[in-house]
Structures are given as structure tokens and as C-alpha cells.
Design a protein around this ligand. Structure first.
Ligand code: PMV
Length: 329
């Protein structure tokens, strides 16, 4: 690729151990550690070109000029890259998602990971996965995890401070799991994750308990991944999910991401697991109304069929552990 431009692809990720709450709003550091799976095929493609003719940054998302607040978040990341590279040029950023934007399908995660990789490369900075992850994390904590392949973790900052980055726990072929996404709406979510978690931290009486409980769940999930113990991972993942949502629902006023179809899909997963079928499957949901069911590849057809039949589920997408962020020619 010629100078001052680069293209990158990053995949969405789904947190098994949830991040909800910030330890440092300015540095954008998480209050709890998290563990995730990077998801193929859900991808964002981003092209960045620094251009002497531009007077301000331009951001096209899905072929259309993005909202001013979205462009401002992109400029913030580009400013960090410009400062690192000693560059003053403005950039044109062209990005497209192959899944619904801002609806709890983690488009910000793949979006900022792809942007961080493409912007650094366009500015002439070397490909450094950890630096890309830390740069993406400064914009969106979950985006740090889309930098790494397969099973990833974002620990607490500790001494790393602003260099906090995700690291891989295990590669994609470590464990043939599938994540069936039950899409319940194509619309944008009413409350963004940053606003939702700040409001939760300020007003939910359960916030301190959530922050205290999350590390143990995260450690159980991490150990369960390494041991390929699906019941251990699934049980702790559901616990982490419902604890996070309960904490948000207890905010004043409540932050509720669930829709009727979310509960119906949760019930489908529970029935599959606890009913006659005994399918080992567990569910999670991020800051949006979709349910993501975690199962072994051998059970994916049954899980997908049951979720498709669930009232309010519009469609399903089957995902598998995928690649980390990459530059593409
Ligand atoms: O990093 P953000 O602002 O996109 O927040 C992500 C929050 C959750 O998706 C709900 C949990 C997570 O760990 O991804």
C-alpha cells in the first residue's frame, strides 16, 4: 500500500466475562477485568488516508457521512496517532461493518480495533498488536480485545497504566466452540455503553458489589477456557452477564437493554440445557438486546434451530473464534 494510507480488518468480540464500569474515565481504564472470544465472521473493514488537501478529518461509515459525535471519537484516536507519528495531516476514514451498527453487536470494538491498526500503519508506525490494542482501548475498552485472535483477556491496568492492552489466552483453534447470535432488532440501542456504565456507577446500589464480584467470575472463565470446560465457562459467563445487567437495571433511572425477545431467547437457551434435550449451551448479552448462545460445534444446528423459532428473533448468525486485527493490502 502506498504511503499515508492503509487498510485493516478487525472482528467483533463477545465478552464471556463482562467489562462494565471504568476505573479511570480520562485514561479509559476498566474497573473490572474481562475475557472474550473474537468472532469470525463479524468484521469491520477500515481504510485510512492522511491527505494534505483535507482541512478536517472525514469519517464515512457504511457509505454515509457519520454523525458528528462519531467523527469526534475518530478524530480523538487520529490525534493520538498524529502525536505519536509527528504528523499534522487530516485523514479520510472509510469504514464498513457487515453487521448492524451500535446495537450491541460490538461494532465499536471491531471499528476501533480496525481504525487503530489502519491509522497507525497509514502514519508509518510499525504493526504492534499490543500498541494497537492499547490505542483502541483508549477509545473503547472492549475494542482492545478485538486486536487479539481467539480467546483474549483484558486485565486490570496495574502498572501498565495507559499502555493497558489485551492479550491472547488461547488461539482460535484451541476449542471448537460456536456463538449463535440471535438478532432481535436491527435498530440502534437507546443507551450507549459508556453512558450506561457511567450512569450505573453513579446510581446503582449494586455497582460496588459488581466490581467486587467480577474478578472471581473472570478468573473462573479464564481457567475454564484453558481446561476446555464448557459448563464451567458457560455457568460463570451467564452469571457475569446477568450480574452486569442486574446492576444496570438497578440504576436510577434503570438502564434496561433487554427486550421481550431477549428474555424469550434466554428461556430458549435454558430449556435446551435443562429440558429433555440436555444441550450444553449458555447465553450472554452485551449492552443491547441480542442473545449470544455459546455451545460446542457439534450442537450448533440444534441451538440455531431453537433460537430461530423463538418469538421476536429476527435471524441468527453463527460465529466462531476468529483472527485478531490484521492489515490488508
Ligand atoms: O467498550 P464499550 O464501551 O463498547 O463497552 C462494552 C461493554 C459490554 O459490551 C457490555 C461488555 C464487554 O465487555 O464487551
Amino acid at each position: 500500500m502506498s504511503e499515508l494510507q492503509a487498510r485493516a480488518i478487525a472482528h467483533a468480540n463477545i465478552a464471556l466475562a463482562k467489562y462494565w464500569g471504568k476505573a479511570d474515565e480520562k485514561l479509559n481504564l476498566p474497573a473490572v477485568p474481562s475475557v472474550s472470544i473474537t468472532l469470525a465472521p463479524l468484521a469491520t473493514h477500515t481504510h485510512v488516508r492522511f491527505d494534505p488537501k483535507l482541512e478536517s478529518d472525514r469519517f464515512l461509515l457504511g457509505g454515509k457521512a457519520a454523525q458528528p459525535e462519531e467523527t469526534a471519537r475518530v478524530t480523538k484516536l487520529l490525534d493520538r496517532v498524529r502525536a505519536l507519528a509527528g504528523l499534522r495531516l487530516r485523514a479520510k476514514v472509510t469504514s464498513s461493518n457487515d453487521f448492524p451498527t451500535a446495537s450491541g453487536l460490538a461494532s465499536s470494538a471491531s471499528g476501533f480495533a480496525a481504525l487503530a491498526a489502519a491509522a497507525r500503519a497509514a502514519a508509518g508506525l510499525p504493526f504492534d498488536r499490543s500498541a494497537i490494542s492499547a490505542l483502541a482501548r483508549a477509545s473503547s475498552v472492549s475494542a482492545a480485545r478485538s486486536a487479539v485472535a481467539g480467546f483474549g483477556e483484558l486485565p486490570l491496568a496495574g502498572k501498565a497504566g495507559d499502555r493497558l492492552a489485551a492479550r491472547m489466552i488461547a488461539p482460535p483453534d484451541h476449542w471448537p466452540l460456536r456463538i449463535v447470535v440471535a438478532v432481535t432488532t436491527e435498530g440502534r440501542k437507546p443507551v450507549g455503553s459508556t453512558g450506561g456504565m457511567q450512569h450505573t456507577a453513579r446510581t446503582s446500589p449494586y455497582y460496588a458489589s459488581w466490581v467486587a464480584a467480577a474478578p472471581r467470575l473472570c478468573a473462573q472463565i479464564r481457567a475454564g477456557i484453558l481446561a476446555r470446560d464448557l459448563p464451567a465457562v458457560g455457568t460463570a459467563m451467564e452469571h457475569s452477564t446477568l450480574a452486569m445487567h442486574a446492576c444496570a437495571m438497578a440504576a436510577a433511572p434503570a438502564v434496561v437493554y433487554f427486550r421481550p425477545a431477549t428474555l424469550a431467547a434466554l428461556e430458549t437457551v435454558r430449556t435446551l440445557r435443562e429440558g429433555k434435550t440436555c444441550v450444553p449451551v449458555w447465553a450472554t448479552a452485551d449492552a443491547g438486546p441480542h442473545i449470544k448462545a455459546l455451545c460446542h460445534v457439534r450442537d450448533v444446528k440444534r441451538v440455531e434451530a431453537a433460537l430461530r423459532k423463538t418469538a421476536g428473533v429476527l435471524r441468527t448468525i453463527v460465529c466462531e473464534p476468529g483472527a485478531g486485527v490484521e492489515l490488508i493490502p
